[in-house]
Design a binder for this molecule. Structure first.
Ligand SMILES: Cc1cc2nc3c(=O)[nH]c(=O)nc-3n(C[C@H](O)[C@H](O)[C@H](O)COP(=O)(O)OP(=O)(O)OC[C@H]3O[C@@H](n4cnc5c(N)ncnc54)[C@H](O)[C@@H]3O)c2cc1C
Length: 208
């Protein structure tokens, strides 16, 4: 219900009242009413849905979260499962994708810290970390993230340390001299530095 609309016409008193029609309230209402079959769910707000904060979001998501503990990783894994269910049901009506997050640094010791941090997050359950340094063999070749879609994407993250690979996978950033690069599991951002990229994109991250 918003300030511009009449109250519910049902004679039944609401079984559940949700205050706030942001993404949290709308999602709670959807899951209660549609997924759980709860009757007479009332959503109360004095403004139209999704107009306070939720329509300002960049709409990116990731499961690539540091600790302490694995709470955020598990929470986001579950949330992303729900997102993918909705995308599957709706033929991806809302254009879910998994282009990934990217983290960049030009400072060598920061790159080492990034690597250490990525491994720690991987160990929390965010998926495997694949290191591409051009010297050691990796079980799987680096797969650039497609611009659209979310299916058949590798889970986890990629750390790109091989300059040739970084240049090859980042042709849209030709002025940059890449020396270090990581790509991990999910959404999409544009790096603006010169040496190390940390891409979060596998099965668990995306950005519209
Ligand atoms: C610029 C920006 C970029 C962002 N980018 C991202 C991103 O990339 N990824 C991400 O995950 N998050 C992002 N966020 C955060 C995300 O947008 C918010 O966490 C999310 O929208 C919050 O949703 P909400 O439903 O909790 O709150 P809101 O969307 O703020 O909704 C709260 C609603 O409650 C109503 N309300 C308040 N008090 C009452 C009351 N007493 N009774 C009834 N109704 C009430 C308000 O009118 C409002 O409609 C971003 C936020 C911003 C501002």
């Amino acid at each position: 219900m918003t300030g511009n609309q009449p109250p519910t016409t049902s004679n039944q008193p609401p079984a559940t009242v949700i205050c706030g029609a942001g993404i949290a309230g709308v999602s709670a209402a959807y899951h209660l009413a549609v997924k759980q079959g709860v009757q007479n769910v009332l959503l109360v707000d004095d403004r139209p849905p999704l107009t306070l904060t939720s329509d300002k979001s960049t709409e990116c998501y990731r499961n690539w979260w540091p600790g302490p503990g694995d709470t955020m990783v598990r929470f986001m894994n579950r949330s992303i499962d729900l997102l993918e269910e909705l995308a599957d049901e709706s033929d991806n009506y809302f254009h879910l994708n998994q282009r990934g997050y990217v983290y960049v640094t030009a400072v060598p010791h920061t790159a080492a810290a990034l690597h250490e941090n990525a491994q720690a997050i991987s160990d929390l359950g965010a998926g495997p970390l694949r290191v591409h340094d051009g010297r050691t063999a990796t079980p799987t070749a680096y797969q650039p993230a497609p611009a659209h879609g979310y299916r058949n994407q590798p889970d986890g993250a990629d750390l790109l340390l091989d300059p040739a690979l970084i240049r090859h996978t980042s042709p849209s950033w030709p002025m940059m001299r890449w020396r270090r690069c990581i790509r991990a599991a999910a959404a999409g951002s544009v790096p603006n530095s010169t040496a190390c990229i940390y891409w979060s994109r596998p099965k668990r991250t995306a950005c519209s």
